[in-house]
Design a protein. Structure first.
Lengths: 192, 364
C-alpha cells in the first residue's frame, strides 16, 4: 500500500508533481493519504530547504557545559563585553535537549567520557560539536597524563577546533561563525 | 515519609564545574549529601615530578583557573624556598599588586555566579563579568596574558610593570571601589537575596575549625585568621592590612567577608602603588640547568582567594622528587556533607556557592 503509483521521472518540476499529487488525492482517494503527506513534506523541504538552513545556522543554541579553565572564557563569551547574542548564539541552556551546539571547554578525563557521550546523545539532531581549547583539541598540557584522552575527537565527531590555552572569547565567536558557514554549505568538510 | 535519593550532576549549571552530588531527601528536606569528586583528575602532582622546576608554573595556573596568578606565585615561592633564592624588593611589591588584583577578579567571578544561583539575579552576573574583564585587561597590560600569565620567575618577574600601569590602575581601582559598594547596597536591599542567604548553612566556630576549612569560609564563621596577617610573606607586614572576618557563619557572612576582602584588596593595591620602590624586578631567566637546591624539604603556605594552600616539595637535583598540594577547595568541599543537613533542597545551591570551590583544584 505504501508504494507510490507513479514514477518521479514523469514530472518536469516539483510543482508539477505537487499538482498531480493533490489532484490524485482528491480523485476518489486512489493513493494512500500518508504517501501524499510524505511527498508533500519532501516537496516543501525542496522549496523551503534554504529557509531551514538559514534558520538552523542563525539561531545556534549552545549548551551550558563547562569542564575546566576554558569554561571561564565561555562565561565571558556569554557576558557583556563579547555579547554572544548579536551573532545568533542565543542562550546558554542547561539541558542538552534544547541545544544545537556543544562546546567542549576543558580536558576530558576517563571518568567524564560516558557523561560527555550521554550528553551528546541527548541533544536533538542536527547537533554540532566545537572543541574549544588545547585540551579538547589534542590533550594540551596534560598529553602525558594517565587519566586524560588526547582530544574529544576520539569519542565525538568534531566540527570546529579552536586553538589556544585558553582561546580568547573572540576566537569562540570566530569558531561559531565558521560553524555557520559550514551549516550553510560554504565550507566542505575535509575527510581525512 | 519515605526517603528519596536524587542525583545532581556531574554536569549541572549550578555545581560550578563537574561535581556530582547524591542527595538523600525526606520530602523537601535534605537528610544527607554525598559529594562525588574526581571527574577532573589528571595527576598534576605526578606531572610536576617529571618536569624541571620552572616548567611547572603553567600546570599550577590550571589548578585554580579562577585565580591562576595566586597558584603560580605559591609554586614559584616553593621553588625559591627550596633553591634559597631571595626575591627582589620591587618584585615583591609587584607580586602583591598582582595577587591582590587577582583576588578581586576571583571574588567578582564568585559574586556573579553565586548570586545567579541564589535567585537568578542575572544582571549582577553581567556587571561582575564586565568588571572582572577590566581587571583582566589591567593584568594583561602588566603581564602579557589574558587568563594565564606565567609571569613569575625565580627571584622576580618576567616583566616589570608597564610605564602607564599605575595611572591606569588608580582609575580602575576608583571605579571598582564605587561599583563594589553599589553591588553591596543593591543586594543587601533585595529581600529575595537576604531571605535566601541569612541563617542558611550556619557553621559554628568549633565546626569550622574541626572541619579544617580555610579562607573566607573560615573567616565567615568569626575566626580572625589569615595567612597574610598571621604568617606574613612578602611586604604584607609592611602594609596596613586588616583581616576581614564576620560573625554569623551563614551564607550571608561568607558573602560579606568576600565583599569586604575586595575593598581591602583595593586598599592594599593602592598602598603598594604609593610605596613601590624603584629598581630591578626582573627574575632569573629560565635555563636548562638552574641552581642546585639548598633545602631538601620545604613547605610553603599561601592565602589564596579560596583559602589556604600548602605546598610540600622534596627537591632533588633539577626536579622535585616529591610534590604535594593541600588544596583549599578540596577541604572546603567536605563541608557539603554537613552544612545542608536539615535545610530544604533549594538552599543546597546557595550553600554550595558560598563555600566557593573550584573543581579543578579539588580533583588535581
Amino acid at each position: 500500500m505504501d508504494e507510490t503509483p507513479y514514477t518521479q521521472e514523469q514530472f518536469a518540476s516539483a510543482k508539477q508533481e505537487m499538482d498531480y499529487l493533490v489532484a490524485e488525492s482528491l480523485k476518489g482517494r486512489k493513493m494512500p493519504i500518508n504517501a501524499v503527506f510524505a511527498k508533500l513534506s519532501d516537496v516543501t523541504k525542496a522549496i523551503a530547504g534554504g529557509a531551514i538552513t538559514w534558520g538552523r545556522k542563525s539561531s545556534l543554541w549552545p549548551m551550558q557545559f563547562g569542564l575546566a579553565c576554558c569554561a571561564m572564557e565561555l562565561l565571558d563569551f556569554g557576558s557583556a563585553r563579547v555579547d554572544a547574542e548579536r551573532g545568533g548564539y542565543l542562550l546558554f541552556r542547561g539541558t542538552p535537549r534544547q541545544t544545537d551546539v556543544m562546546i567542549v571547554a576543558g580536558w576530558v578525563t576517563k571518568a567524564m567520557i560516558p557523561e560527555v557521550k550521554r550528553l551528546y546523545e541527548q541533544m536533538a539532531e542536527p547537533r554540532y560539536v566545537i572543541a574549544y581549547g588545547e585540551c579538547a583539541t589534542c590533550g594540551g598540557p596534560w598529553w602525558e597524563s594517565y587519566n586524560i584522552i588526547q582530544g574529544i575527537d576520539q569519542v565525538l565527531p568534531v566540527d570546529v577546533y579552536v586553538a589556544g590555552c585558553p582561546p580568547r572569547p573572540e576566537n569562540l565567536f570566530g569558531a561559531l561563525m565558521k560553524l555557520q558557514e559550514k551549516i550553510g554549505g560554504k565550507i566542505v568538510e575535509d575527510k581525512v | 515519609m519515605a526517603e528519596t535519593k536524587i542525583n545532581i550532576g556531574p554536569v549541572h549549571p549550578s555545581t560550578h564545574g563537574v561535581l556530582r552530588l547524591v542527595v538523600t531527601l525526606d520530602g523537601d528536606t535534605v537528610k544527607h549529601v554525598e559529594p562525588h569528586i574526581g571527574f577532573l583528575h589528571r595527576g598534576v602532582e605526578k606531572l610536576v615530578e617529571t618536569r624541571m622546576y620552572m616548567q611547572s608554573p603553567s600546570y599550577m595556573e590550571k589548578l585554580d583557573y579562577v585565580a591562576p596568578i595566586s597558584y603560580d606565585e605559591a609554586f614559584v615561592a616553593t621553588v625559591e624556598a627550596a633553591l634559597g633564592i631571595e626575591v627582589k624588593e620591587r618584585a615583591q611589591y609587584i607580586r602583591v599588586i598582582q595577587l591582590e588584583l587577582q583576588r578581586i577578579a576571583s571574588h567578582l567571578l564568585w559574586l556573579g555566579t553565586a548570586i545567579n544561583d541564589v535567585g537568578q539575579l542575572f544582571s549582577v552576573f553581567m556587571w561582575c563579568f564586565k568588571d572582572r574583564d577590566i581587571i583582566l585587561r589591567l593584568l594583561e597590560e602588566a603581564t602579557g596574558g589574558r587568563m594565564f600569565y606565567v609571569n613569575m620567575r625565580l627571584g622576580g618577574l618576567n616583566r616589570d610593570l608597564s610605564p602607564g600601569f599605575a595611572n591606569h590602575a588608580y582609575k580602575v581601582l576608583d571605579y571598582l571601589e564605587h561599583r563594589i559598594k553599589e553591588y553591596g547596597s543593591y543586594l543587601e536591599s533585595n529581600p529575595v537575596f537576604m531571605e535566601r542567604m541569612k541563617n542558611i548553612g550556619v557553621m559554628s566556630k568549633a565546626e569550622a575549625i574541626s572541619m579544617g576549612v580555610t579562607g573566607p569560609t573560615l573567616r565567615g564563621s568569626g575566626i580572625d585568621f589569615d595567612i597574610r596577617a598571621n604568617y606574613p610573606y612578602y611586604v604584607y607586614d609592611k602594609l596596613r592590612f586588616r583581616t576581614q572576618f564576620e560573625n554569623g557563619g551563614d551564607c550571608f557572612a561568607r558573602y560579606k567577608v568576600r565583599m569586604d576582602e575586595m575593598q581591602e584588596s583595593i586598599r592594599l593595591v593602592r598602598e603598594c602603588l604609593h610605596t613601590i620602590p624603584e629598581g630591578d624586578a626582573i627574575g632569573m631567566p629560565i635555563r636548562l640547568i638552574g641552581p642546585q637546591p639548598k633545602e631538601k624539604e620545604v613547605v610553603v603556605k599561601r592565602e589564596l582567594p579560596r583559602g589556604e594552600v600548602m605546598m610540600y616539595m622534596v627537591a632533588e637535583g633539577q626536579r622535585p622528587y616529591r610534590f604535594s598540594i593541600r588544596a583549599p577547595s578540596f577541604i572546603n568541599t567536605s563541608v557539603l556533607q554537613h552544612l545542608p543537613r536539615g535545610h530544604r533542597l533549594q538552599d543546597l545551591f546557595p550553600i554550595l556557592a558560598s563555600v566557593d570551590t573550584v573543581l579543578a583544584d579539588v580533583d588535581r
